[in-house]
Design a binder for this molecule. Structure first.
Ligand code: NOJ
Length: 749
């Protein structure tokens, strides 16, 4: 078996090439000084051109600006500002012409619990954006999965703020390491699609800081270049006009953010002066797009009238130029070489530059297998030993001679669906729909990968054109093995993209296309049924997960274009699964304690009264045992935890323990650290505050150390407006999931 760390390092070496790109990063201070000098030389018109999008359909990118047509010489440096290209994002390039990689979305990277993979994906995405001449990557999306049906939750890292913060940090560090600006979105909180253009999220200060804000805070720590404000209102004021969020005294600037705030596309609903004075530095796409926008057409007049000071306009332009200079985008940055207005990539402006590399493909495959979560595995072997001839369960052996592949989720997806928005669930599900989708042109579906791999040792029969409840079981009956596929999908609300009646948010948690019935019907006739779920979030499983004929279940999420090969790697054991659930799976939405508001007109108020209690935090507090809990996932081997030692003070903590691979396969364990705050703190019983990914050969052991920072042991104190370490006893829980705690200790702060 190949060590996952070895592969990561290999991909890493291939990917980390900023030196050869020939640009020099500047410090923030140097960049601000250069930007200031440049802005001082600009005319009013030139400044306005810098802060206003050029119009939704007038750009070769998803967004752009009109830079000054002349160059400036400042401090001996030639400053020639190009049209700044903004593009989706976040899971690779959307609308960038052909020859791009279909990366997995963030929810699958979260399921790896692997910082190296999070970072490497960022580097690879950055390389592709740079190769197409895109200056600003519209990602990462860090919206918390407040409710499992939220349409765009898969674009982010799930319901846990710590995991989301680590994901955001690593992604940004990776993307920006190759000189591409990242733009964290959407501030927020922005947690459902229905009524998003005007709903009001009412959230208290502490909940906001500790949950929804946390990944933005980590983004600022990662020196993110830009940040996108959301469509909806927050505490009664539109996000892009919300000084409490984006103003000089607001969350963002007091955290030390030095880049610029850009509106979501059409998310400006007020006057130019309202938005500019609240802290919005750039409006995109610049014109009115049915839902809002176009307000900076009035900015020049607002400056002339004195409603917006020229000093504020200068600050806006400086904040836009600063990250561009900081990342050295003034030095040999590639020209824009595609046309976002041409989803087919056939127009002459689309050079279809090939930004795919073998290393990117290998990385996508690796993330796909590292994010596959093995939920069940009843492996029995004919001679009763762990290594004997396999008759049922995983990993599969080549002694399995007849294999049925069932379910339309196994077949190639519709590659021509929705003009760059992937607006259908037709074939295997590798990513959701909407602006967070990517080109899915090179997808390798499960049926192709399984058929290729099994050549020479097994025969494959399939029924995959629809979820046919007669045909599927008929093919499965009498086979050594049936692999049954089912999926669930969601996406972004748009004007036309209602997919099978789902307006972005999922209508319910169910599998699509009778997937649950298909699984049950196949399991009824084949006593070695392996279930593969491709989904954007939790789906009900309790009606079939304990069926004795279901020998294994893999929750593969939304794995990106190498879905088939990454699954084969796990099925036949080239990769020992180490994915862990980045959310809890339960049948009933009520177990999550939140809901999606569907049918209220006018715009609803969403009260975030659940506070800090989302997902496992809520279930824990209510004594709800989900079907599979947060952080859960099996391996082909087993691990033992021992010898916990804790060194901690009120300013930091360091927790060590010994991890041993006690099984017969090499494999990666994901030890997790949950913190129990002093009871006076009013926190959930256990909150995630650390994790690692540790590869161990069979029989090997290692001392693992997880550090906790002062902020990670703090709560937000609304009175002092500071992070405060509560005094008292902290419990430390080390385990293999939120409920599978193996070691417990404590310290006093
Ligand atoms: C709207 C989406 O909310 C945002 O995430 C995206 O970046 C823009 N459209 C541009 O496509």
């Amino acid at each position: 078996m190949i060590s996952s760390r070895a592969v990561v390092l290999l991909v890493f070496c291939l990917s980390s090439i900023p030196k050869s790109l020939g640009f020099v990063e500047r410090s923030w201070a140097e960049s601000i000084a250069l930007a200031n000098e440049t802005v001082n030389l600009m005319t009013l018109d030139e400044k306005i051109g810098m802060v206003r999008g050029v119009g939704q359909f007038s750009s070769r990118c998803v967004g752009n600006i009109s830079p000054p047509s002349r160059s400036f010489i400042v401090s001996g440096t030639n400053i020639t500002i190009p049209p700044l290209c903004f593009n989706d994002g976040p899971a690779g390039i959307r609308l960038g012409g052909s020859n791009v990689t279909g990366f997995p979305p963030a929810i699958n990277v979260a399921a790896t619990f692997n910082r190296d993979l999070m970072y490497s994906r960022g580097v690879a995405i950055g390389e592709e954006f740079r190769g197409k001449g895109i200056h600003v990557y519209l990602g990462p999306a860090v919206d918390i999965m407040r409710n499992p049906k939220a349409g765009r939750a898969w674009e982010g890292f799930g319901p846990d703020p710590y995991l989301g913060g680590e994901g955001a940090y690593q992604t940004i560090m990776g993307v920006q390491s190759v000189g591409v600006s990242a733009c964290t979105k959407h501030l927020g909180p922005y947690n459902q699609e229905h009524w998003r253009y005007g709903l009001n999220a009412e959230v208290d200060d502490r909940t906001f800081r500790e949950l929804y804000w946390w990944p933005f805070m980590k983004s600022v720590e990662a020196n993110v270049s830009a940040l996108m404000c959301a469509y909806n209102e927050v505490n009664g004021t539109s996000s892009c006009h919300n000084a409490a969020l984006i103003g000089d005294e607001g969350y963002l600037r007091t955290e030390g953010f030095q880049g610029f705030v850009v509106s979501d596309w059409g998310a400006t609903h007020d006057t130019a002066a309202d938005n500019a004075n609240a802290g919005l530095d750039m409006e995109q796409p610049g014109d009115w797009i049915l839902i809002g926008g176009g307000v900076y057409s009035g900015l020049e007049a607002a400056v002339d009238d004195g409603e917006v000071t020229e000093a504020r306009l200068n600050q806006m332009v400086t904040r836009i130029l600063t990250p561009w200079l900081r990342l050295g985008q003034d030095q040999g940055y590639p020209d824009i070489n595609f046309n976002a207005q041409d989803p087919d990539g056939t127009d002459s402006l689309n050079l279809n530059v090939n930004v795919r590399t073998d290393a990117h493909t290998a990385l996508v495959r690796q993330i796909g297998s590292a994010s596959a979560v093995l939920l069940k595995n009843n492996r029995t072997t004919s001679d009763g030993t762990a290594t004997g001839t396999t008759i049922r369960g995983l990993p599969l052996s080549k002694d399995i001679k007849t294999i049925a592949v069932v379910g339309q989720d196994a077949q190639q997806l519709n590659l021509d669906c929705g003009g760059g928005l992937n607006e259908c669930n037709d074939g295997t599900m590798v990513i959701g729909w909407g602006s967070g989708s990517n080109n899915v042109e090179f997808t390798v579906p499960p049926i192709d990968a399984i058929t290729d791999f099994a050549q020479g040792f097994a025969t494959i029969s399939s029924d995959i054109t629809s979820n046919d409840l007669t045909g599927g079981p008929a093919v499965a009956e009498g086979k050594d093995l049936a692999i049954v596929f089912a999926n669930a999908m969601s996406g972004e609300l748009g004007f036309y993209n209602i997919v099978d009646g789902n307006e972005g948010d999922r209508n319910d948690l169910n599998l699509w296309w009778k997937g649950g019935s298909l699984i049950e019907d196949v399991a009824a006739v084949c006593n070695n049924t392996v279930v593969v779920i491709h989904s954007v979030g939790p789906v009900p499983m309790s009606s079939w997960n304990t069926h004795p004929n279901i020998t294994a279940i893999i929750y593969a999420g939304a794995p990106g274009e190498q879905t088939g090969p990454s699954l084969v790697d796990v099925l036949w054991g080239a990769v020992n699964p180490s994915g862990r659930l980045p959310f809890s799976i339960d049948d009933d939405e009520a177990s999550y304690g939140t809901s999606i508001v569907y049918g209220i007109d006018p715009f609803p108020v969403l009260d975030y009264t659940e506070g800090l209690f989302l997902d496992y935090r809520y279930m824990d507090s209510q004594g709800i045992t989900p079907v599979y809990e947060f952080g859960y996932g099996l391996s082909y081997t087993t691990f033992a935890y021992s010898s916990l030692s804790i060194e901690a003070s009120a300013s930091s903590g360091s927790v060590s323990f010994i991890l041993t691979n006690t099984g017969s396969f090499d494999g990666t364990e994901i030890p997790q650290l949950y913190l129990g705050f002093p009871s006076s703190a009013g926190e959930p019983d256990k909150v995630l505050r650390g994790f690692d990914n540790v590869f161990l050969a069979s029989g090997a052991k290692e001392t693992v150390t997880i550090d906790i920072s002062q902020k990670e042991m703090s709560i937000w104190d609304v009175v002092s407006q500071e992070w405060v370490v509560p005094s008292g006893t902290f419990n430390v829980y080390i385990g293999a999931s939120i409920s599978d705690i193996r070691l417990t200790g404590s310290f006093t702060a």
